[in-house]
Design a protein around this ligand. Structure first.
Ligand code: PLP
Length: 362
């Protein structure tokens, strides 16, 4: 089976892990600081706060933007459940805005309609889904006009760019995940980025029980710290990230070329001046179940991200969200399928995947 995801672990990871173990400093330590510095430098922000995972990073980022109980926060319905959950973790209220069916990301036109209708929207939490940036020109224009806080969920988009600027550097705060299957990983892990000094200071308190100095706690905080062990893996992974992204783009380009004429599927859309980093290579097909079975029979793994919009999950239905709210997102949830695009796929496997997909009979 060619798996849909596969972490790459090299010599450097093993060497740094050994150094951490030998140092006996396993919790916070110098690798955490070093990882923060190298990650913020890579993304082009002033500050970075290492975090326990992507979900805690989102929670931290929202709190840094002042999100409180009952605040309205707009987001996309088409993402991993952690996106909307992080809003609920603040006691705030998610408002879902439909996606652009071509990019799968939040539709700026729909976003403006909602901003006109809903009063006092405190923040907008955008998601750069599958590794493709949102339309940042349009979203920043709306931010200027309506004055909301902007938070980026960049958990799938390490290194993705909009007009040569890296995602995670546009918002008031942004969140990354280093979960084992992401484009770079630390097992579990996360990072929050910001350019605001006070926000950085507050974020550091949030992840460390609200601590201001050794024995003084001035705000409500949590234990969202990253370990020195995880950070050591992250440092080694970040050094490889660019080469892995290039490989992902190369594979995606081969697929695009081979699949563009096929009438039973739609290849991913990449607008001009965007750098898609292909966390997922996602096709749209009509009879998805049949296609998945066909791939599996040929030993090709695939994944559905996501087979339902977040507000149709049982827990969200209990909160009162109704089916039919975001039509394009619901349609996408029926049709998307992601095939392997990770950098450890071998050339003959890429060729096999191409041949198998081309040989599919509707
Ligand atoms: C992975 C992911 C998260 C959550 O990250 P964890 O590290 O698993 O907590 C949040 N949002 C999106 C879009 C993700 O893909």
């Amino acid at each position: 089976m060619i798996n849909v995801a596969c972490p790459v672990i090299g010599k450097k990871e093993r060497q740094l892990i050994k150094e951490v173990l030998d140092s006996k400093i396993l919790a916070s330590g110098k690798y955490v600081t070093q990882f923060e510095q190298s990650f913020s430098k890579y993304c082009g922000t002033k500050y970075a706060i290492a975090n326990a995972n992507g979900t805690t990073s989102l929670h931290t980022a929202l709190l840094m933007c002042g999100i409180k109980s009952q605040d309205k926060v707009i987001t996309t319905p088409f993402s991993f459940i952690a996106t909307a959950n992080s809003i609920l973790m603040c006691g705030a209220k998610p408002i879902f805005v439909d996606i652009d069916p071509k990019t799968f990301n939040i539709d700026p036109l729909e976003l403006e309609e909602t901003l006109k209708r809903e009063k006092n929207v405190k923040a907008v939490l955008i998601v750069h889904l599958y590794g493709l940036a949102c339309d940042m020109d349009a979203i920043l224009e709306l931010k200027k006009k309506y004055g909301f806080k902007l938070i980026e969920d960049a958990c799938q988009a390490h290194g993705a760019e909009f007009k040569n600027k890296k995602v995670g550097s546009f918002g008031d705060a942004s969140a990354f995940s280093f979960y084992a299957t992401k484009n770079m990983m630390t097992g579990e892990g996360g990072m929050v980025l910001t350019n605001n000094k006070n926000s950085d200071k507050y974020g550091r308190q949030i992840i460390n029980h609200g601590r201001e100095s050794h024995s003084t706690h001035t705000v409500l905080g949590y234990n969202y710290r990253l370990t020195n062990l995880a950070a050591a893996i992250g440092i080694a992974q970040l050094e490889q990230l660019e080469s892995w992204i290039k490989k992902r783009i190369e594979i995606a380009n081969m697929y695009n070329e081979a699949f563009k004429e096929l009438d039973f599927l739609q290849i991913p859309f990449v607008p001009k001046h965007y750098r898609h980093v292909f966390h997922q290579y996602t096709l749209r097909v009509n009879q998805r179940d049949k296609f998945i079975k066909y791939l599996a029979k040929n030993d090709i793994g695939s994944g559905i991200y996501y087979n339902t919009v977040m507000y149709n999950q049982p827990f969200y239905k209990q909160l009162g969200y109704k089916h039919g709210l975001c039509k394009e997102a619901e349609k996408a949830a029926q049709e998307v399928i992601s095939i392997p695009v990770h950098p450890s796929i071998k050339n003959n496997e890429i060729l096999k995947i191409i041949k198998v997909v081309q040989g599919y009979k509707k």
